[in-house]
Write a protein that binds this ligand. Structure first.
Ligand code: PRP
Ligand code: URA
Length: 210
């Protein structure tokens, strides 16, 4: 597994505002989109491209374009939905699939309640979006799901992660092409498996308590 933890003052600034419990939902949503766009720059470093010939107004030249099959972006509902717009802004040709997952707050096990993905993901590059990598259960299950369908490689973008979550993803990714891009690496988990210092419940802060 490749791990990239962002190290940029603009990202740290936006994360600090996001973490602040006084930040209201509309600002939280806006910052989430902006952060994803910044992290997507690193996350798409190995996106597959193909050479193309073009004519500029001045001359004939060679460039690159994102290759087929199109990358697949997969937000994990509900909180990952808040990251979708920021990602497709940078990768407009991507296809979008959905995975609905909720962590059982007692057992901490993820439960999949919705799935809308292509049956066959052979040769596909997949980008999973979830703001929080806490115990790693949800992201781990999502990544497993994509490889079971034949994905070629999976890159996950999370705003915050923990050492516990990273180690779960690392073990599970053995022998597979997995990249994890984090906005920040936090200290760890509290006794309710919330990220510390974290930002609270990302889904609630984006959309309110449901
Ligand atoms: C949150 C978050 C992750 C998961 C992380 O979702 O968005 O999917 O928890 O925790 P884990 O690493 O311990 O699995 P949640 O289950 O709260 O659902 P929501 O997005 O609907 O709020
Ligand atoms: N899910 C969240 O939304 N926040 C956490 O801190 C952990 C899991």
């Amino acid at each position: 597994m490749r791990l990239h933890v962002a190290d940029h003052p603009l990202i740290t600034h936006k994360l600090t505002v996001l973490r602040d419990k006084r930040t209201p939902s509309p600002v939280f949503r806006q910052l989430t989109e902006e952060l994803v766009t910044l992290l997507a720059y690193e996350a798409t470093r190995n996106v597959r491209v193909a050479s193309v010939e073009i004519d500029t107004p001045v001359t004939h030249t060679t460039g690159v374009k994102i290759d087929d099959p199109r990358p697949l972006v997969v937000p994990i509902l509900r909180a990952g939905l808040g990251m979708l717009e920021g990602m497709v802004t940078l990768l407009p040709s991507a296809e979008v699939g959905f995975l609905g997952m909720a962590r059982n707050e007692e057992t901490l096990q993820p439960m999949t309640y919705a799935e809308r993905l292509p049956e066959d993901l052979s040769d596909r590059q997949c980008f999973v979006l979830d703001p929080m990598l806490a115990t790693g259960g949800s992201l781990g299950a999502a990544i497993e799901f994509l490889f079971t369908r034949g994905a070629q490689d999976v890159t996950a973008i999370c705003l915050l992660g923990t050492p516990e979550g990273i180690s779960v993803i690392e073990k599970q990714s053995a022998g597979r092409d997995v990249t994890l891009v984090l906005g920040a690496l936090d200290e760890g988990l509290n006794d309710k498996a919330y990220i510390v210092p974290g930002l609270g419940d990302a889904g609630d802060r984006l959309y309110g308590t449901v």
